[in-house]
Ligand binder design. Structure first.
Ligand code: FPP
Ligand code: MG
Length: 292
């Protein structure tokens, strides 16, 4: 299954999409794709078949998001905690990811035509070297696209991300690139794996679990959380449309909260320069990973 597919929305969905598009559509939606193994058990198939069905649903959901006019999506594809699963399952998930990231390289023309930027966010040092190389290549070949962004959280936890961001800042302070006066939430937010992304207005978790499981804990401080009582591979277009509809009823309140939290948070000149050098270093690291 490819990352890009034709829309599966029928005329009735599309009518609802048009109504939703008259209101505020979130600019960034994040998904905790939970329930693949329960889906496998329910349908008497192997766990990995459940994860594979999970990927098929992901590509369908991405198309629904494009139909809705949502320009950025972040998905929780593999938590650092998931490394504790059986060797067979971890290897199977890595093999699935390997195949899908290779597929992006094959589909680069289509992705570039659609203007889709893909970033893999997480602690890439924990991944097998060949996958690290693949994701670096994927990020580099799509980095200049600007119509839609897909962040794949892979080998990710929010606590690891905040540790990474804190270390960047500590290094910046140690080598005088920044001083304590330059520190604020805006600077910290841009030191996270998600970098310059707008924080998600809506986070959707499937499978009936009502937890965030260490996902986007900093970025989700003002997000509307929607918990869908279906397993990820069973998510329907109606579930997504309903979540956006519910978000539209609270978006003004969430906006006001976000404004209060971000009050007085502007980047200093030194802070902006520091971020520029971090981003340049990141691109250089990607190039050296590809060459390694
Ligand atoms: C959670 O369900 C799902 C995962 C840990 C893996 C999610 C991966 C995909 C949907 C495939 C995406 C792949 C790429 C390359 C982006 P679970 O395993 O926790 O199931 P359970 O909650 O029923 O136990
Ligand atoms: Mg689970």
């Amino acid at each position: 299954m490819s990352w890009i597919r034709d829309s599966s929305l029928n005329w009735f969905h599309l009518l609802f999409v048009r109504l939703l598009r008259c209101g505020r559509v979130p600019e960034h939606v994040a998904f905790i794709m939970d329930g693949n193994r329960r889906y496998a058990r329910k349908n008497n198939v192997e766990k990995l078949e459940g994860h594979s069905k999970g990927f098929d649903k992901l590509s369908e959901v991405l198309q629904w998001c494009l139909d809705l006019g949502i320009p950025e999506v972040t998905v929780y594809a593999f938590s650092i905690e998931n490394f504790k699963r059986s060797e067979e399952e971890v290897n199977g998930l890595m093999e699935l990811a390997r195949g899908k990231f290779k597929r992006i390289l094959l589909e680069r023309e289509t992705l570039n035509e659609h203007g889709v930027k893909i970033r893999v966010i997480g602690n890439l040092s924990l991944l097998p070297p060949d996958i690290r190389k693949l994701v670096a290549e994927v990020e580099l070949i799509t980095k200049d696209n600007n119509k839609a962004v897909l962040n794949v959280a892979f080998s990710y936890t929010a606590q690891d991300e905040m540790t990474y961001g804190t270390n960047l800042i500590l290094n910046g302070l140690a080598n005088d690139s920044i001083s304590t006066e330059d520190l604020n939430l805006k600077l910290f937010s841009k030191c996270l794996y998600t970098r310059g992304s707008k924080h998600p207005e809506l986070i959707i978790r499937t499978s009936g679990e009502t937890r965030l499981s260490d996902f986007l804990l900093f970025q989700g401080s003002c997000s509307y959380l929607y918990f869908a009582d279906v397993l990820w591979p069973e998510l329907s277009a109606w579930d997504l449309l309903w979540a956006v509809f519910k978000y539209q009823h609270v978006c003004q309140t969430l906006d006001n909260m976000a404004k209060i939290l971000q009050n007085n948070n502007t980047l200093s000149k030194k802070g902006a320069q520091f971020l520029k050098s971090i981003n340049e270093n990141h691109i250089n690291e990607l190039h050296s990973t590809v060459k390694s």
